[in-house]
Ligand binder design. Sequence first.
Ligand SMILES: [Zn+2]
Length: 267
Amino acid sequence: MLPTLSADERLRYDRQIGDGVLTDEGQRRLKGATALVTRVGGLGGPAALALAMAGVGRIIIAHGGDLETPDLNRQLLGSEAGVGKPRAEQFAKHLRAMSRFVAVEVIDHEPDDAEADALARRVAIILSCPADFEHRLRLNRAAHRAGIPFLDAAQWGMAGSLLVSDGRTTPCLACAYPDVPPFESHFPVVGAIAATMGNLAALEAIKILGGAGRPMWGQMLVIDGFRGETRHIRLTRRPACAVCGGAPPATGAKISSSSPSTRVLGA
Ligand SMILES: [Zn+2]
């Protein structure tokens, strides 16, 4: 049974219920949903903020470590006053200050395999925003095992990517990257592209949770902001994929034979 909306909530969401946005039922679906966002830096921070402002009822954020000065070119949930302090709790405080209608849970570390699986069983969707493939692929596996939608956002320099999987029938992150690419820990990134990809991930999540629009299932959107180019890649499911290879093939999805040739993007 879907939750109802209070008069205050109806006023808050007045501009996003109607033609071309959410239905009343869709808004109630958002309220009844739980989303996991990990991590909540340059990509996941804007994503979590957009989910909170849109009215996703419960948001679980996971991020370890302390906020550092170089984070402040992109981690918009932080502030100069928070440098040297743990990220997760101060970021949650910011989210709670933005909306009293949303519950925010904090995990002050990166989930391991068992914790990722347990979280995936609790939530309706995972927004994967870590920098490294180890964590991104772990979240991808957890989402697929739970059969829930999985959005993976990544960035490098002035470029970003967003993969949208339904966690069941569409190609997964491991299909897109069958060999784990080398990880560059100190890569360049501009906050504007991080926020762009994080917000696009949130938009897909809002569409999926709220039953609005047409999610980009099985696709990777790549934005090369440096060159001013954007493209959609229809991902190919790999029958030998270690994560989703045993599941039935996508139905109704146009699958091309091309593999994503995008640059490896971190977070
Ligand atoms: Zn796969």
